[in-house]
Design a protein around this ligand. Structure first.
Ligand SMILES: *Cc1c(COP(=O)(O)O)cnc(C)c1O
Length: 228
């Protein structure tokens, strides 16, 4: 595929996703905003640029290293980029993460919350944060267990992390709706937190369950090469 083939259609698909989001929000009677996080992991600056030209500003990456290689230059080119970290964070990358990202959606354990707090202290910059919840209680998946979420949110706040909401990735082989509903309930129990839920296959349903952020990659940028 040539570079032109690869980027062709990004602006069109972005417009379609935005329309689908607006329609879903209207059907659900939502009066609060729904924010689109365009997930750019594995895609090059050339591939991402049409979305930025079309006005997309909230973007998400999974890996600190990859984001560090791409986004500083794109930020020189485009004002107002809001970069979210969606993938698991390791303590030794905490300084890079608080320097680079405006939001960390994947705070999932005490050790990483502590690392973010001390990195933010030394760098002098604290990103907004979400707590990741393992809503399907899957053994291999990141996130705090659903019943532990309220105490962990409180603990993060004691450490100084500004927690805006909860993020989840439901089990791939189950209906997402009940999991979205469960996360929304926990978010209410935590005193009215926002939720980040819904990806290319199910963002419309997530909006019906109150998602504040939807994280959409392949529906905008096309399919990704399989990654390990
Ligand atoms: C890759 C990824 C997405 C986007 O997935 P698509 O199915 O391509 O929309 C959303 N959230 C997280 C955490 C991801 O890793």
């Amino acid at each position: 595929m040539t570079a032109i083939d690869a980027t062709e259609g990004v602006a069109t698909r972005l417009a379609e996703v935005r329309r689908a989001i607006a329609d879903a929000a209207a059907r659900a009677g939502r009066t609060d905003p729904v924010e689109l996080v365009a997930v750019t992991k594995t895609f090059t600056a050339e591939h991402i640029r049409p979305a930025l030209v079309a006005g997309q500003r909230i973007v998400g990456e999974n890996r600190v290293q990859e984001a560090k290689g791409k986004w500083p230059a794109l930020r020189e080119e485009f004002d107002g980029i809001e970069l979210h970290l969606l993938g698991p964070l390791q303590s030794n990358k905490a300084k890079d993460a608080v320097t680079l990202f405006d939001m960390i959606q994947s705070v999932d354990r005490e050790k990483i919350a502590t690392a973010i707090a001390s990195a933010a202290d030394s760098v002098g910059r604290m990103p907004r944060c979400l707590v990741q919840v393992n809503i399907g209680r899957e053994p291999q998946k990141a996130g705090v267990m659903p019943d532990e979420a309220p105490a962990f949110v409180a603990r993060c706040r004691v450490l100084g992390l500004p927690i805006d909401g909860l993020m989840t990735i439901p089990p791939v082989d189950e209906a997402a709706g009940p999991h979205f509903e469960a996360l929304a309930r926990i978010a209410r129990d935590c005193g009215g937190l926002k939720t980040s839920m819904g990806m290319s296959g199910d963002y419309v349903e997530a909006i019906a369950h109150g998602a504040h952020w939807v994280r959409v990659g392949s529906a905008i940028f096309g399919s990704r090469p399989p990654i390990a």
